[in-house]
Ligand binder design. Structure first.
Ligand code: SAM
Ligand code: DTB
Ligand code: SF4
Length: 325
């Protein structure tokens, strides 16, 4: 372990976080690299695939989300996919180099009916392919978390999205506390936690520091921290937000990397609006995972071909083996 990487910390103060985030960029990158190299390979990132298994018609009002039934977007509502179609997508993703398969459903909470049993079958099937299986289905009960664990689920994605203070500007239909409870249930069931947030929703710098503080105060840290840049979608209340600048994303990633050095930091939504150079900076700042494939859940993402050209140019390869989550 590098001398400058101390034991993991859960008590970062806002002043400390601010002073890291606002370092001169070369110094910030230097420190992020130091943390990154202590726990991760520098020439490898994980390829993940994302599939929307149930699309649109969601009763929640998350202001960023094209799948909320409360906004008039172009998203076509689709019922839960079949196990067979889902596993065909997972196989294809594996062939394209993904080692983790994430299934997203536009639900307020996971249902207690045959749809949930179907999701359990999907999880088992993905694991049988030798891939990590991740789900994001909204809020969970203890029993549902336990059932997902028994089906072999590797990780559950449930984001804090932003600071507790800004949260109410973005979502009114469920509370920050609800989210923390689901995260607790996931942890108690022994499933690894994937939890991150979004930048570019009109939040202040302090809101970003608070988000990072709330993520890093969790003990253990979330094993996986997706950092999303808002994908602006026509019809959502955030459609006309100004573009965030890619250096802010780089700073967010680097700060997350320094505060949670052992976690996977995932460069998630927003990649299609980044230049090759900005993506390279994100990897140098400690991002070690991307979503592969033309679409995320409903919005666009760079093609696998474009990604492989970029990774070749950077001398970075996709992880071949299943890393620990
Ligand atoms: N309905 C479930 C839930 O919200 O927990 C799961 C799916 S939801 C789409 C998963 C996450 O995707 C959200 O918490 C949010 O962080 C992210 N997300 C959704 N729409 C986004 C957008 N337009 N831009 C960036 N991130 C987005
Ligand atoms: C996460 O933090 N980002 C992914 C994953 N978790 C589920 C979702 C991004 C969604 C972007 C908007 C869309 O494509 O609909
Ligand atoms: Fe529904 Fe999830 Fe979209 Fe919120 S983010 S509206 S809960 S699908």
């Amino acid at each position: 372990m590098s001398a400058t990487v101390d034991l993991l910390r859960y008590d970062w103060t806002l002043t400390e976080i601010e002073s890291i985030y606002s370092l001169p960029l070369p110094e910030l990158i230097y420190r992020a690299q130091d943390s990154h190299r202590a726990y991760h390979l520098n020439d490898e990132i994980q390829g993940c695939a994302l599939l929307s298994i149930k699309t649109g018609g969601c009763p929640e009002d998350c202001a960023y989300c094209p799948q909320s039934a409360q906004y008039d977007t172009d998203t076509q509502t689709q019922r839960l996919m079949t196990v067979e179609d889902t596993l065909a997508k997972a196989k294809q993703a594996k062939q394209e180099g993904a080692t983790r398969f994430c299934m997203g459903a536009a639900w307020r909470n996971a249902p207690d009916n045959s749809d949930f049993s179907r999701v359990l079958k999907m999880v088992k099937g993905v694991k049988d392919l030798g891939m990590e299986a991740c789900c994001t289905l909204g809020m969970l009960t203890d029993d549902q978390a336990q059932a997902l664990a028994e089906a072999g689920l590797t990780a559950y994605n449930h984001n804090l999205d932003t600071s507790p203070e800004f949260y109410g500007n973005i979502i009114s239909t469920r509370t920050y506390e609800d989210r923390l409870e689901t995260l607790e249930r996931v942890r108690r069931a022994g499933i690894s936690v994937c939890c991150g947030g979004i930048i570019g929703m009109g939040e202040s710098l302090s809101d970003r520091y608070r988000l990072l503080q709330k993520l890093a105060e969790r003990n253990p840290h979330p094993e996986s921290v997706p950092i999303n840049m808002l994908a602006k979608v026509e019809g959502t209340p955030l459609a006309n937000q100004p573009n965030s600048n890619s250096f802010e994303l780089v700073r967010m990633i680097a700060t997350a990397r320094i505060m949670m050095p052992t976690s996977m930091v995932r460069l998630s939504a927003g990649r299609s609006s980044l230049s090759d150079e900005a993506q390279a900076l994100c990897f140098i700042a400690g991002a070690n995972s991307i979503f592969m494939g033309d679409i995320l859940l409903t919005t666009s993402n760079p093609s696998t071909d474009r990604d492989s050209v970029l990774l070749d140019k950077l001398g970075i390869k996709l992880t071949q083996t299943q890393p620990q989550p």
